[in-house]
Design a protein around this ligand. Sequence first.
Ligand SMILES: C[S@@+](CC[C@H](N)C(=O)[O-])C[C@H]1O[C@@H](n2cnc3c(N)ncnc32)[C@H](O)[C@@H]1O
Length: 210
Amino acid sequence: MNNITETIKRRYNRTAFFYDWMDFMISDSTRRKVLGMAKGKVLEVGVGTGKNLPLYPPECEVTGIDFSSEMLKRAMERVKKNNLKITLLEMDAQHMDFPDNTFDTVVATCVFCSVPDPIKGLKEVKRVCKPTGQIILLEHVRSENPVLGKIMDILNPITLAVIGSNINRETVQNVSRAGLAIQEVKNLGSTKILKLIIASPNDLEEITHK
Ligand SMILES: C[S@@+](CC[C@H](N)C(=O)[O-])C[C@H]1O[C@@H](n2cnc3c(N)ncnc32)[C@H](O)[C@@H]1O
């Protein structure tokens, strides 16, 4: 692991103690609605304290990864408390151990704001997702409003140092840069900061015509 990855991992190990108390970005009802789209063999990248885990449709076979052992510890407690059958693994999203084309659905909620090299992480998502699979991302991004965007740029070093999260990432563009095919981008809320991004690992047209 490189130095930046180690630093962000350490920040999340520290943030784990107050993460659930601090996190107010996504309501449980929004999480449940989004996770309702997951099917089959599911990978959740950056599970954190496991807030999503009790909300998956029961027929999904879920594996969750995170590089922070302290966040994972809390996710494991949640899995036990809710009596869930979910596999949790300590793993870096930038270098996943899974073979190509493993998962039907890959999910990440508020993760690609912190993955040190988001393009590398998203390329890994593309690799491990089956060609006909779906990628579901719920991410906060840099505001399109020029003034708010600038304020986010100014505040970003603080959130990065305290929590480990960037508030000015352009994740929709990063998804395209990683070679994923965006199917839908939906704004959740009037600020247009929280976005639901649905993507596929390949252009589906391309697969159909091959
Ligand atoms: C803001 S938290 C979101 C947690 C959870 N997804 C949620 O919605 O509550 C970001 C999570 O991504 C994890 N993360 C960041 N970079 C990662 C990486 N390269 N590999 C694995 N996990 C990563 C952090 O450890 C942290 O648990």
